[in-house]
Design a protein around this ligand. Sequence first.
Ligand code: F6R
Length: 260
Amino acid sequence: MEVIILPSSKEIGALAADAIEALVRRKPNAVLGLATGSSPLPIYDELARRHDEEGLSFTQAHGFALDEYVGLPPGHPESYREVIRREFTNRVDIAPENVHGPDGAAADVLAACDAYEQAIKDAGGVDLQILGVGTDGHIGFNEPGSSLASRTRIKTLLEQTRADNARFFDSIDDVPHHVVTQGLGTIMDARHVVLVATGEGKAAAVRDLVEGPVAAICAASVLQFHPHATILVDEAAASALRLADYYRRTYATKPAWQGL
Ligand code: F6R
């Protein structure tokens, strides 16, 4: 696990975009794992800018969303399918038919979850998975107590997560209780995971995921078992890390050829 502490979300977005750009230039049909929420927005802004100004192209790339609310009507502006479209895929040249999301409206949710797992496999697996982290340590919507080996399935949100996400809705009463999310096992299959977190509100979750024991109470801690996990945080999100100085020095002295 590599922990990189950067001054602000702008630098975080740029560094994550560097990794995605390098991947897409090396492998044009790369499979990207797409997170929603606020954390990845600077990444999507930077990728859209590089697309507009520098010709970065995603024509052959594929995208798979991490999760989706259950119970929102199709086309609801806060459904993650719409958010991904608005914040990223509509701003670049990725083919709409190459962008996928778990189906939160399926009549047979279990079958839809299995089909989603199969679709990721059929596409060759996720090359780079973008992640945020919840204040309770969730990745995707794998809330505390999630099986560390879980696959795509339905989950119930903690009230803490519903409260955190109420800012996207008119009222907390409108935040669904249920979601469909890639499992922790699904996320762990990605070849590279890049988790981004900013702000003091994420400090405890970042500490637990990076330096705490691997335990389902902090689902993101499973990333300690990932062979290629990059954690990009600002100073506030890094403020509870015991080894912050070590992470800073390691990055400052990192040989350029290593990349991310
Ligand atoms: C979103 C997702 C969630 C968010 C997390 C942090 O697709 O999977 O795990 O990444 O809730 O959300 P923000 O970035 O809004 O703080």
